[in-house]
Design a protein around this ligand. Structure first.
Ligand SMILES: *Cc1c(COP(=O)(O)O)cnc(C)c1O
Length: 407
């Protein structure tokens, strides 16, 4: 009798996006003529930059020649891509990150889950609340939590609330932790972390021999020069942090697939009290379980760092950030309390009149035909909030804001 991984049965059934889809379908069936505007799911909408497309076309042609054919590539990624990343994303910001420390992958979602492969089962794990659900669910699936409690929190995880009351700052918990997930600019709240705040975490992690998993998927959207783009801008982070980056949001690679993870060679974990080099474990893991990203896609990612590519990516970011500004200012003018949307493509809205997140979802769907994401779906501290994404056309964003202003 084949047994399944029982941990999967602990996962909460009514997952966020299926429930949204169910309510939207129900509404559409009853209102077939309604023109719905979707500002819910965090997927990009603008086309792939031409620099990336051209590079990939050229790579396809190379693959059709005897000399230019590429079979299995290095599992950690091609050296030329790792080099341009090290130079442009790290050296240029004064961070010490070497090409060999950059592991090219097919996604930060995958890497931020797969990293658990090389970490012990009994670490004390902290996540923010609200949180990107992948961090929590991947811990549930691998048996690192107990059951879900009434509020949807899992036993065994340590939740760090980030709400308007604490200015969306992730404070160091009272209980000691070994593994900490931080995502800044934050999905879903759009909050950012200053150097001082990240410095506290790095000092904490160093003192407690803990590990920070830093998700910087939205770093390209930072507008404020004082906000760090990388955890490695903080002294000492090489000894206690892994960073996840992705081409999904800055370069529109959500359907093309390329990302990378930085594991400094100086990073140490422990086997009982013995120091173990984490880089070697991840390298071993990737060589065994991962085939690398296709040559064609890595050439596309390399083009992000060409002069043309940089301009095009910067225009994409500007486009989405103007959407974010339109959302932020329109909703503020309409009397809503709006957070985020300044250094991140998400607006995090306090629901009006003490509505809960799902009530506000239904209200917006019915009155404005606008779909957003209920904050409670990201954790119990997200209750009473609502996320709107800037990933849409200008016309849709403007129309959605006009409709919301009228209700
Ligand atoms: C979109 C997103 C990513 C990127 O994931 P990919 O798997 O690289 O597409 C990572 N982290 C967060 C918080 C995200 O919202």
């Amino acid at each position: 009798m084949v047994q399944i991984n029982k941990n999967y049965l602990k996962l909460k059934a009514g997952y966020l996006f299926p429930e949204i889809a169910r309510r939207v379908k129900n509404f559409s069936d009853n209102n077939p003529d309604a023109n719905l505007i979707r500002l819910g799911i965090g997927d990009v909408t603008e086309p792939l930059p031409s620099a990336c497309r051209e590079a990939m076309k050229q790579a396809i042609d190379e693959m059709g020649t005897q000399e230019g054919f590429h079979g299995y590539g290095p599992e950690q990624g091609y050296q030329w891509l790792r080099q341009v990343i090290a130079k442009n994303d790290y050296e240029s910001r004064g961070c010490e990150v070497y090409p060999e420390e950059i592991f090219i992958s097919d996604g930060s979602k995958c890497d931020s889950s797969n990293i658990l492969d090389i970490l012990g089962l009994h670490n004390k794990i902290a996540v923010t609340d609200p949180v990107y659900p992948v961090y929590v669910d991947s811990n549930v699936m691998t048996g690192r939590t107990g059951q879900a409690e009434n509020q949807g929190r899992y036993e065994g995880l340590i939740y760090i609330p980030i709400t308007a009351e604490n200015d969306f700052k992730a404070e160091i918990p009272q209980k000691p932790v070994d593994l900490i997930y931080l995502c800044f600019p934050n999905n879903p709240t759009g909050a950012v972390a200053t150097k001082e705040e990240l410095n506290k975490w790095v000092q904490y992690a160093k003192e407690n021999k803990a590990l920070i998993l830093f998700d910087a998927a939205y770093e390209a959207f930072i507008q404020d020069d004082l906000i760090p783009h990388s955890i490695y801008e903080i002294p000492g982070a090489r000894d206690c942090a892994i960073e996840f980056r992705s081409f999904s949001k800055n370069a529109g690679f959500t359907g093309t697939r390329c990302a990378f993870t930085v594991i400094p060679k100086s990073l140490r974990g422990f086997s009982d009290a013995n120091e173990i080099d984490i880089w070697s474990l991840w390298s071993r893991r990737q060589s065994t379980k991962f085939n690398g990203v296709s040559y064609i896609v890595q050439r596309g990612a390399e083009a992000v760092y060409s002069n043309e590519g940089k301009k095009q990516i910067s225009n994409l970011v500007d486009f989405y950030m103007l959407n974010a500004e339109i959302i932020r200012s329109s909703l503020s003018d309409a009397g809503f309390e709006v957070f985020g949307a300044v250094n991140a493509p998400y607006a995090w809205i306090k629901t009006p009149d003490n509505m809960d997140s799902w009530e506000f979802f239904d209200f917006l769907l019915n009155k404005a035909n606008v779909v957003g994401t209920p904050g409670s779906g990201f954790g119990s501290s997200g209750e009473g909030y609502f996320r709107l994404s800037a990933f849409n056309s200008r016309q849709n964003v403007q129309l959605a804001m006009e409709r919301i202003a009228k209700i």
